[in-house]
Design a protein around this ligand. Structure first.
Ligand code: TYM
Length: 339
């Protein structure tokens, strides 16, 4: 192995709109656990944000970058231990992404389902950045030679592409093991949180209905109301996972409960089996409020001092650059650039 570290974690979120329960349970909550076990870096991917929703909205990208930073810290990331930084401040990401654009094959990108979903019927009108988005994501990870990437299930295909890029680079430049093949870390009952209005649709920042998601900025009343209004079915709560068949909303709410409570889904099901949704929803609302309200309050406190957030981001970028810069210089030499 040319990598001098054993294990390193890199993950990130886009600063577009407001973070929601899916981002928290699918990613951030797992990051907090990992920061005590491995060396971690957490990125706010502002360059990804302008591929789509953040394009042409400079104030929104800047605001959301600070808000995502505040959410990381409020959710439990310690910036003294794990650098938090925005992608645009570390130019090595963009430099490696260009080289990876030349490694990745069109056929690989053509298979990316997230691009297909986001570009919809009018692929020709999507930005080139949206198309090559997963290549930048591979650069985000490999510019630190990260070995572990904690994400929600929707990012699995992008991580497979990252591994393909790493492997092809290593082969084509005859540098076996130069880049590690990073492991996706997709664990727990919150890796695919679904919409509260439709158990077959992913909870998403871009859903038109605000009732479909719980935002990390929602107050206690709003959280309770959204859970009360969440779609369910007319049957009592299921007793085991076989009974989830055809009941995506029940499955989703039980998974959310389990993820928030840090309990196995089986244990949660055993407790509520046969009960009506109304009582369960009351308990779920109380649990969600007790876990999320302190985070929301801390985010608000941090957001009141944007200069401090900017200072943290700059300090994080300095630490991140110290790792990324030598790696990207090395890669430039490997591909034949005079540097
Ligand atoms: P983004 O900003 O869409 O989402 C951030 C993280 O939240 C997870 N997530 C979910 N998990 C469970 N249920 C949901 N409904 C849900 N919605 C979102 C995502 O899986 C993700 O972990 N491409 C990435 C950002 C990125 C990145 C990276 C991640 C850029 N470079 C390098 C890891 C490593 C994205 O769009 O995430």
């Amino acid at each position: 192995m040319t990598t001098s570290h054993k294990q390193r974690v890199l993950s990130g979120m886009q600063p577009t709109n407001t973070l929601h329960l899916g981002n928290y349970l699918g990613a951030l909550k797992n990051w907090v656990k990992m920061q005590n076990e491995m060396e971690c870096l957490f990125c706010v991917v502002d360059m990804h944000a302008i591929t789509d929703a953040g394009y042409g909205k400079p104030d929104e990208v800047a605001r959301a970058t600070r808000e995502v930073t505040a959410a990381y810290i409020a959710g439990g990331i310690d910036p003294r231990k794990s650098p938090i930084f925005n992608q645009a401040r570390v130019p090595a990401h963009a430099e490696l992404a260009w080289i990876f654009n030349c490694v990745a094959r069109l056929g690989w990108l053509d298979r990316m389902t997230q691009f297909k979903e986001k570009s919809g019927k009018h692929k020709e009108r999507a930005s080139v950045g949206l198309y090559t988005y997963p290549v930048l994501m591979a650069a985000d990870i490999l510019v630190y030679k990260a070995t572990h990437v904690p994400v929600g299930e929707d990012q699995k295909q992008h991580l497979e592409l990252t591994r393909d890029i790493a492997q092809k680079f290593n082969n084509d430049y005859a540098k076996p093991d130069y880049f590690p093949l990073p492991e996706p870390v997709i664990t727990g009952p919150g890796t695919r949180v679904m919409s509260l209005r439709d158990g077959l649709k992913k909870m998403s920042k871009s859903d038109e209905s605000d009732n479909s998601r719980i935002n990390l900025t929602d107050d206690a009343d709003t959280i309770a109301q959204k859970i009360r209004k969440a779609k369910t079915d007319p049957h009592p709560l299921p007793a085991n996972e076989n009974e989830f068949k055809g009941r995506p909303e029940a499955e989703n709410l039980l998974n959310i409960y389990a993820a928030l409570a840090d309990e196995p889904v089986k244990a949660v099901m055993a407790r509520f089996a046969g009960q009506q949704f109304s009582g369960f929803k009351g308990e779920l609302a109380d649990l969600a409020v007790s876990k999320l309200s302190p985070i929301t309050a801390e985010m608000r406190r941090l957001m009141a001092d944007p200069a401090e957030i900017d200072r943290l981001l700059a300090a994080g970028a300095e630490k991140a650059s110290a790792i990324a810069e030598p790696i990207v210089q090395d890669v430039k030499r490997i591909v034949g650039f005079a540097v």
